[in-house]
Ligand binder design. Structure first.
Ligand SMILES: Nc1cc(-c2ccc3ccn(Cc4ccccn4)c3c2)[nH]n1
Length: 247
């Protein structure tokens, strides 16, 4: 997969050199480039924003600069792969594990990180008509950030870990939160068996795999019912067996 990120704060994406994503880049599993939007400005002040039509506070990012940058990045592709143009924003579709799975199936992601009050709306409008480009406005949650870079980091991590070969043990992708039947994760423990007077639940040291599996499912159900009843409501009817009703 190829990911291009456009931003006026390239250093904000420095964490993408670290850990799992950094390893995927170095091993060639992920081709990721971060571009400074100001490289496509034409004035000596490298201006990327201007005052909003209709008045109001703040500034809006100019469509002409974004157009030059996106045309250049999208054209830089020898195989003419279709691209998903992600535009982070508080009004976008909220990122879920399902979204991450969809995006992990794309050949190319281009992430346009806005700042100020956002990017001129005509940019998303224009590229939505571009053959081979699908535009998706993405929110990472119902809170307001100052720009798209943090959202880009979240999307890239959530997607990169789903790419084949990136995570050492693919099994760990199966039993993950919002994964195992859409439930929250169960509590996890490691050595020592007792720590500051807190013991590890006995069942986990019993060696009885069936009981461990049941205990984990019960805890996941309890947590989901307590913290995210909305996820329970979304479960397929057959996802819960009769024994689950007793939790
Ligand atoms: N889940 C999210 C994503 C964002 C986000 C993403 C990109 C930009 C570019 C500018 N802003 C500031 C801003 C604030 C208010 C209304 C419009 N834009 C962004 C905020 N906030 N919350």
């Amino acid at each position: 997969m190829r990911i291009d990120v456009l931003t006026i704060f390239p250093d904000y994406l420095a964490p993408l050199d670290l850990s799992l994503v950094g390893k995927a880049r170095r091993s060639g599993l992920l081709d990721l480039a971060v571009h400074d939007l100001r490289d496509w400005t034409a004035d000596r002040h490298r201006t990327v924003d201007d005052t909003p039509f209709g008045g109001g506070a703040g500034m809006v990012m100019r469509p002409d600069v974004w157009g030059e940058a996106l045309d250049a990045v999208l054209a830089d592709d020898d195989a003419g792969q279709p691209a998903v143009l992600l535009v982070p924003g508080p009004g976008g579709e909220v990122l879920t594990q399902r979204t991450a799975e969809e995006l992990a199936g794309a050949r190319r992601l281009v992430i346009a990180c806005g700042r100020y009050e956002g990017i001129d709306a005509r940019v998303a409008e224009h590229y939505a008509t571009r053959p081979g480009v699908e535009v998706r406005e993405i929110s990472i949650g119902d809170y307001v950030l100052n720009g798209g870079e943090v959202a880009a980091l979240v999307v890239i991590e959530a997607v990169a870990r789903l790419l084949p070969g990136v995570v050492g043990n693919p099994e760990s992708l199966v039993e993950e939160s919002h994964g195992a039947a859409g439930l929250l994760e169960y509590p996890v423990y490691t050595k020592p068996p007792e720590w500051r007077g807190h013991a590890v639940p006995e069942v986990l040291t019993s060696g009885h795999h069936g009981k461990v599996a049941r205990w984990r499912r019960d805890r996941a159900l309890e947590r989901t019912a307590a913290r995210r009843p909305d996820l329970l409501a979304r479960l397929a009817p057959d996802a819960l067996d009769p024994a689950d009703r007793r939790v």
